[in-house]
Every structure is written in structure tokens, then in C-alpha cells.
Design a binder for this molecule. Structure first.
Ligand SMILES: Nc1ncnc2c1ncn2[C@@H]1O[C@H](COP(=O)(O)OP(=O)(O)OP(=O)(O)O)[C@@H](O)[C@H]1O
Ligand SMILES: Cc1cn([C@H]2C[C@H](O)[C@@H](COP(=O)(O)O)O2)c(=O)[nH]c1=O
Length: 201
């Protein structure tokens, strides 16, 4: 089996910046690499992503759509890749749902756990890199770079609750989470990521 690494954090924390670095690290080991994202990662998932990121909807509809996208991503991409021994890196996975729909929007953890058990009862990431920054830092980075989607336009309270839920999960699952202080320079973060990967794999 290959390894499954996920990248998590509030919008603007800087997780996407480090994906190429981790991809290079894996390729240097001679392993096949599959790099993907959620919501998305498949043609159907990318259609669902457009809807989830841009349309207002009931909270439970939102949770069901991100898990529908995930089920397709698992069936078409993640599970076959891991079975053939490839390494998979995903820009977001189920921790995002607990953080955003759970922490940010207030959906009950118990309901989200039911969906998680349904969609991937036996699979968890081997490693989750959580890029953690204060909200103001994340917001300043986003404002400097792009038009904001539905989630990115949420207020400070939403991101405070999202970040808190991420940190709660990191404390709950210390064996797979590594929390990275993402206020550091990009070079310092990459040095830390390399040390984490060396220690884990
Ligand atoms: N450590 C850092 N120091 C300074 N700027 C950074 C750092 N990390 C990322 N950035 C910048 O912040 C912006 C947002 O980074 P990035 O797109 O990686 O965030 P993200 O967490 O993936 O956001 P989203 O989840 O919304 O896609 C980019 O312009 C990036 O260059
Ligand atoms: C997987 C997943 C994602 N989201 C939200 C989080 C982000 O605001 C967007 C994705 O944008 P990114 O720039 O690619 O990070 O979707 C969510 O609310 N729930 C989820 O399960």
C-alpha cells in the first residue's frame, strides 16, 4: 500500500503553497505520486466543487455534497492509487468537513461521524499536515491574492470556530496530525515538513 497525506488549514493558511514541495520529496523516493484536492479530484467532484463553493444551501446539503464528492474521489482516485502502491496527497479531506461544516457552521460531530463511517469506514490519512495561523494572517494573505469564494467571505467568528475544531482534532488524533506554525517563512516551514516526512516515512 502507498501512503496517504492530507493538507489542512483555514483558507489562506498556506497549505497549497507546500504541495509541490511534498510532491518533489515523494518523487525523489521513486514512488508514484497522485496529487489531488477536495472538494474535487474527479470530473464529477469538480462539478460539485463549483456548486459547494459558490451556491448558498442548507448546511446538511453542503455536508452531503462534500461527502458525495469524497466518495467519488475515493472510488475513482484514492483507493485505486493506494492499492497499486502510489502515494496520494490531497489538498483537504474529511478533517475539512469537521472543521468547516462542524466547527464553522455548527453541524453536530455525531452526524459527521456517521457520514465518515459510511464513506470511508476503514481509511484514514497516514499523515495530516495542519497549517495553523491566526485568522488575521490568513485573511491578509487571501485579500492580497484573489477574489473570495463563499467560504472565504465568511466572518472572523466562522474561521475562529473552524480553526478551533482543527486544533481539537489535532489533539484528538496526535498519531496522524502534525501542526505547523504557518506564520513562519516558507523556507522554515519546508525545513519542518522535510523533518516530519523523514521521521514518519
Ligand atoms: N509562510 C508564508 N509566508 C508568507 N506568505 C505565504 C506563506 N505561505 C503562503 N503564503 C502566501 O499566502 C497566499 C495563500 O497561500 P495558499 O494559497 O497556499 O493558501 P491555502 O491555505 O492553500 O488557501 P486556500 O485553502 O484558500 O486555497 C499565497 O499568496 C501564498 O504565496
Ligand atoms: C473538503 C472541504 C472543503 N471545504 C471548503 C474549505 C475551503 O473554503 C473550500 C475549498 O477551497 P480551497 O481553496 O481548495 O481550500 O471548501 C468545506 O467546507 N468542507 C470540506 O469538506
Amino acid at each position: 500500500m502507498g501512503k496517504f497525506i492530507t493538507f489542512e488549514g483555514i483558507d489562506g493558511a498556506g497549505k497549497s503553497t507546500h504541495i509541490a514541495f511534498v510532491a518533489d520529496y515523494i518523487k525523489q523516493r521513486g514512488a508514484e505520486l497522485v496529487s489531488s484536492r477536495e472538494p474535487g479530484g474527479t470530473p464529477l467532484g469538480e462539478k460539485l466543487r463549483e456548486i459547494v463553493l459558490h451556491e448558498k444551501m442548507d448546511l446538511e446539503t453542503e455536508a452531503l455534497l462534500v461527502f458525495a464528492s469524497r466518495r467519488e474521489h475515493l472510488a475513482q482516485v484514492i483507493e485505486p492509487a493506494l492499492k497499486r502502491g502510489a502515494w496520494v496527497i490531497s489538498d483537504r479531506f474529511t478533517d475539512s468537513t469537521f472543521a468547516y461544516q462542524g466547527g464553522g457552521r455548527g453541524m453536530s460531530v455525531a452526524k459527521l461521524e456517521v457520514l465518515e463511517q459510511w464513506v470511508h469506514p476503514a481509511l484514514q490519512p497516514d499523515l495530516t499536515l495542519l497549517f495553523d495561523v491566526p485568522l488575521e494572517v490568513a485573511r491578509a494573505r487571501l485579500d492580497a491574492t484573489r477574489d473570495l469564494d463563499k467560504f472565504e467571505q465568511e466572518k472572523a467568528d466562522f474561521f475562529a470556530a473552524t480553526r478551533a475544531e482543527y486544533l481539537r482534532r489535532a489533539a484528538q488524533f496526535p498519531q496522524r496530525f502534525r501542526v505547523i506554525d504557518s506564520t513562519q517563512s516558507i523556507a522554515a516551514i519546508q525545513e519542518q515538513i522535510a523533518a516530519i516526512l523523514d521521521a514518519c516515512f
